[in-house]
Design a binder for this molecule. Structure first.
Ligand code: SF4
Length: 244
C-alpha cells in the first residue's frame, strides 16, 4: 500500500477529490439551460487573451506539448506557484502561454486581435468563457460559476440551439475534469517527492523568495509535466528552461 500523503498535500488532495465528485454530479441539463439563458456570443474584443483580464492560460500537458513543438519559447511556468521548499525552490502544477510583455500581458499568439494558432489553440481557449467549478464571489459566498467574466465582455441573449448548449456543457465539464485529475496527479507526485526528499512547504520561504524576485533575483521553479519535474529559472519576468 502506498504511504499516505503528508500535509498540506493530503488536505488538498481530499478537497480536490470532493470537487471532482461534485463536478461529476452536476446535472448536464441544468448547465445547458444556463448556457442557453445567458446566450453568450463572442464579439472578438480579445480581452480574454490578456493576463490583465484573465490571468494564466492554463495548459494541459497535451496543450503544452503541442505548443512547445511549434515554438519552445511559447510557454513558461504558470503563476502563482503552488509550493516552495525550505531551500527556496518553487513547484507548480503546469505551464501557461508566455505573454508578449505588453502592459496588458497579451498572449504571445495574439496578433492584431486575432489568434495566430486558432486551429491549434489550447483546450481552455476553445471552451472559454464557459467554466464549471465552485469559487467564492466578492462577498465570500462559494457557489458554482458557469460563465467567466459575466457581463464584462462579449454579447448576451443570443440564441444558442439546445444541441450546441449540450455540446458546450460536455466539453466544459470534460476540461474541468481533466484539470482536476491533473491537479490530483500533481499533488500525489509532489507530496511523495517532498516526503522522499525530506522537504516541506514553507510559506515564509515562499514569501521571502518572492520578495527577492521582485527585487531582481532569479528563482528556481520546478514544473510538473507528463509525470516528471522540469527545472526553470525565472528572473525579471523572463523564464528559461534549465537542462539537467
Ligand atoms: S492561444 Fe489564441 S485564443 Fe488562446 S489566449 Fe492566446 S491568442 Fe487567445
Amino acid at each position: 500500500m502506498a504511504p499516505s500523503l503528508p500535509e498540506p498535500f493530503r488536505s488538498m488532495d481530499r478537497n480536490c477529490r470532493e470537487e471532482l465528485r461534485a463536478l461529476r454530479g452536476y446535472p448536464e441539463n441544468r448547465f445547458a439551460d444556463i448556457i442557453q439563458e445567458v446566450g453568450f456570443s463572442c464579439d472578438r474584443c480579445a480581452r480574454c487573451c490578456t493576463r490583465a483580464f484573465n490571468g494564466n492560460v492554463q495548459l494541459l500537458d497535451d496543450d503544452a506539448d503541442r505548443i512547445g513543438r511549434r515554438d519552445p519559447a511559447a510557454y513558461e511556468p504558470a503563476f502563482p506557484y503552488d509550493f516552495c521548499d525550505r531551500n527556496g525552490t518553487f513547484y507548480v502544477s503546469g505551464y501557461t502561454i508566455a505573454s508578449r510583455g505588453d502592459a496588458a500581458g497579451s498572449c504571445l499568439f495574439l496578433d492584431e486581435g486575432r489568434c495566430r494558432i486558432y486551429d491549434e489553440r489550447p483546450v481552455i481557449c476553445r471552451i472559454y468563457p464557459f467554466m464549471l467549478h465552485r469559487e467564492p464571489d466578492t462577498e465570500g459566498t462559494t457557489d458554482w460559476r458557469q460563465i467567466s467574466g459575466l457581463d464584462e465582455h462579449g454579447c448576451y441573449h443570443t440564441v444558442v440551439p439546445r444541441a450546441e448548449a449540450v455540446r458546450i456543457a460536455r466539453e466544459t465539464r470534460a476540461w474541468e475534469e481533466a484539470l482536476l485529475c491533473h491537479e490530483l496527479a500533481f499533488l500525489g507526485f509532489i507530496g511523495h517527492y517532498f516526503a522522499r526528499n525530506g522537504l516541506r512547504h514553507v510559506r515564509k520561504v515562499y514569501d521571502d523568495r518572492m520578495r527577492d524576485y521582485t527585487e531582481g533575483a532569479g528563482i528556481r521553479v520546478m514544473v510538473y509535466f507528463c509525470g516528471r519535474l522540469e527545472p526553470w529559472e525565472v528572473r525579471a519576468g523572463r523564464a528559461r528552461r534549465l537542462t539537467e
